[in-house]
Design a protein around this ligand. Structure first.
Ligand SMILES: Cc1ncc(COP(=O)(O)O)c(C=O)c1O
Length: 462
């Protein structure tokens, strides 16, 4: 198919990171040279709008000199101090700021270099806490199908992607999954609310099946990322799962790595459902906003301080809470406040969503627009009435990305759980995007959709 090629011929030594990925997945990736705000330029000088902040990372846009200066200043002053033998001021300041934003119940902040490391930390922390407090039997983790929680062995094991089961064989124990409260294709006779209620019931059924005394944690993305295409469960779902976890002594973990740090319209996504707060919150991506790898696990002082008295948390990484990442994180928080970006995520997100809905109304291959704040996804279909998915072997997620590149827009999309839940692409630009830039993003996105539709027509798929 046009546009697909394997670039291994390009070089005999080294090669860029994408050389590792499978050839059918490889498309000519642009060699990015520079970026500013929501725009990126490749070495040929072609301009792209970053419609998804990379993988929902670049939350405050590219080339922000305040962040860069803060990092450079910190690097000149104190580049590194290992947290097992020394303290550093940016770590203390950043932990205080994050905990204050998270509010009661999330007083203790454990930092790492990204999302997977932080989800791993959450599971390790809970397991160690369970052991230290006489709950040794609690070790099973329940997650949603589909879901994504990272790419370390530990986080792959708890992600809802049954295509990985043979790969994980003998490597790690794969977590038990229950259905995610999806919103677009519902079982017949169900509304989103009644389906979500069934999904919550499935949690209790699974806990009882495993034996409540054996279940450690239930891990979910409160707003779906790539795995579900920004599905937002109904509020009652959160109350239901909170209640079930509390009754069975199961710790509830919110993986806000993708939806957090303001993108959902609140800095802490869990604050959308204040009567159903989790026990642990994990954040990353937007925290470092692309300037420095940064992830955080937020836990209650009561648990962290108790574990510290008993055994102490046993695990760390060389780069956790390093001064440069903390300085970047502090500067990102300053920018979020200075530019009022969390509120902008709500306001501009609503107008982006309206613009996408208009494009959907004009396009026969767009079936759904969903999400929260500035975290949106657009589902592609063969037929809007039947909601039939595009054939997976046509790699719709890759093809729309290629049409995006041709039309000057970086559209992020990947198949999840073997594509059996459908195909979507994300619209989640930097929260700094202006109203005019939104219009340009929408214009280029529609051009990509129209040209993909043409391709599907020519291939006789639609
Ligand atoms: C919901 C969710 N959890 C965890 C991760 C893993 O984060 P990282 O890639 O920073 O390790 C991601 C990354 O896409 C994610 O979307």
């Amino acid at each position: 198919m046009e546009g697909l090629m394997h670039p291994t011929t390009a070089t005999s030594f080294g090669g860029t990171q994408d050389i590792y990925y499978s050839s059918p997945m490889i498309v000519p990736l642009p060699m990015m040279e520079r970026a500013s705000g929501v725009y990126m330029w490749d070495e040929e000088g072609k301009e792209y709008i970053d419609a998804s902040s990379g993988p929902m990372v670049s939350a405050i846009g590219h080339g922000n000199t305040r962040i860069i200066d803060a990092m450079a200043e910190q690097a000149r002053k104190l580049d590194y101090a290992y947290t097992r033998v020394a303290r550093n001021r940016p770590n203390l300041d950043y932990a205080e700021r994050l905990a204050a934003l998270a509010g009661p119940g999330f007083e203790r902040v454990n930092l790492a270099s990204g999302g997977s490391e932080s989800v791993d930390n959450a599971i390790k922390f809970l397991r160690q806490y369970a052991i230290a407090t006489g709950q040794e039997s609690r070790h099973r983790v329940i997650s949603l199908m589909p879901s994504y929680h990272g790419a370390t062995i530990g986080t792959l094991a708890i992600g809802g992607n049954d295509g990985l089961t043979p790969f994980m064989e003998g490597i790690a124990v794969v977590a038990d999954t229950i259905p995610a409260p999806m919103s677009y294709r519902l079982p017949s006779g169900y509304t989103q609310e009644s389906h979500a209620a069934e999904c919550a019931k499935a949690l209790e059924t699974k806990i009882l099946q495993l034996g409540a005394e054996n279940v450690l944690a239930f891990v979910i993305e409160p707003v779906g990322g790539i795995s579900t295409g920004a599905v937002v469960p109904p509020a009652q779902y959160f109350r239901d799962i909170r209640d079930i976890c509390t009754r069975h002594g199961v710790y509830l973990v919110f993986d806000e790595i993708l939806c957090g740090a303001g993108r959902s319209g609140k800095f802490i996504t869990a604050h959308h459902w204040p009567d159903a707060l989790p026990d642990i919150i994990v954040k990353a991506k937007g925290l470092g906003a692309g300037y420095s790898p940064l992830g955080a696990m937020l836990a209650p002082a009561s648990m962290v301080d108790k574990l510290a008295e008993l055994l102490g948390f046993d695990f760390s990484y060389s780069y956790n809470a390093n001064p440069i990442s903390c300085a970047a994180g502090l500067a990102v928080l300053d920018e979020l406040e200075r530019l009022n970006l969390v509120e902008r995520a709500r306001k501009v997100g609503a107008s982006l969503r309206a613009g996408l809905q208009e494009i959907m109304a004009r396009s026969p291959i767009l079936g759904d627009v969903r999400g929260l704040g500035m975290l949106l996804a657009v589902e592609m279909v063969v037929d809007k009435e039947t909601k039939e998915s595009l054939p997976g072997d046509l790699q719709p997620t890759e093809r729309i990305r290629i049409h995006g590149l041709k039309n000057g827009v970086m559209l992020y999309s990947r198949p999840t759980a073997g594509s059996r839940f459908g195909h979507w692409f994300m619209i989640a630009p930097p929260l700094t995007i202006s109203d005019e830039e939104c219009q340009e993003l929408l214009r280029r996105t529609e051009a990509a959709v129209v040209s993909y539709h043409e391709e599907l027509k020519t291939a006789g798929v639609v």
